[in-house]
Design a protein around this ligand. Sequence first.
Ligand code: SF4
Length: 441
Amino acid sequence: MMITAVAPTEDPPSRERLVPRYATYPTTALFRSDVGSAARAAWTAALPPGVVLSARLHVPFCRRLCAFCCCRTQRARSAGQVTAYARALVTEIERVARRLPNGATLKAVALAGGSPTILPVAAIRALGHALGALGPLAPGAPFGVEIEPHGVPRRRLDALLGIGMTEAIIGWQDLAPEVQEAVGRELRLDRAAATIADVRAAGAARVAVDILYGLPRQTAASFAATCAAAAALAPDRITLTGYAHVPWMARRQRLIPEANLPAAPERAEHFSAGASVLAAAGYRAVGIDLFVRPGDPLVAAADLRRDLGFWLAAPVDAALGFGAASVSRLPQGYVQNVAETGAYVDRIAAGDDPASRGRALGLEDRVRGRAIEMLLCDRRVDVAELEATFGDFARSVLPACAAAARRFPEVVRLVPDGLDVAPAPPAILREIAGLFDAHAG
Ligand code: SF4
């Protein structure tokens, strides 16, 4: 079971025709306030003994905010604010742990941000202790932590490794000075390289670098140069993520004029330029936007999954989210915590569960959600496999398969049990996925 590139669990649409990233299906925009804390409690208590879990902890604080970022983050006002939030996280984890059945196992963990490396050492250790209450971390389980690209003090790295961190996830975004100036960010290659060296020296088993295409002033050549600089440092994984311009959701993006953004054809060109550089450097494409070194367990995964933004080599029974705005996936449906950090801390302090909205999953949601996951993981929809899991209702996706073949004849091929898609940019794969979305407008 592997994990990498912790994507936001909320689901801003990608810029291309506003098609969602499908971190969940249905997307978080369709969650309802009548599914919340009671559903979370009942659904968690109904998990079977021996359940296999993943856990994702959201730390929504950063030292400074980047104009392009659409994650739910805020500038940390004080050390006390971060510490109080970390205490609330510990309490939330411990309360959920008390509802779990015997024999639960953690097969993947992510500490996502924001900047989780802003946490003091004592808070990191307390979170590690709380995670242990959910269940033992399975041997070799991936434990990804988003690491500040400018570097992290060795004491904090040691504390993170001490609680099980295996993978350092480092957001480069773009190294071209003119692009960084346009998005309010500053990261030099020598500093970024030093951070990778530091996390390796400290003992991180895996390093992942995230790079963003679709930014202002980016060109195919500048994007390829950033990808080449990353590949030269040989991180284990590189993710090429499309910038999502959603200023109505992320107000800080109003600093980026829409007119300065590359259009959809240029975005596709930039992605392709980066993908070519990575292929030439020996990286293998996995899923929709991930590139890994040969021998990575995800390459040989027989049942690759993309669960709340996690890439996993095998499915888990439930994905538990902790912290403000976090999403949990339980067998019966999704629940999401209250998004505002102060409200989250207050709810925990009052003894309340912070889940405030969610979505119970019906049969159609499950069938369509799994079909979309197949597309984004394996570029296929296998209706026979869907039927084996969901019965005859699985055939309800056949019209969407036919529609995909009509709309994208250059990449979609109908096969007896569904469809196959030739290698294509993420925007095309998301548009095909959108044809399976019953709620797409
Ligand atoms: S890109 Fe990273 S550091 Fe910048 S605001 Fe987003 S989470 Fe914070």
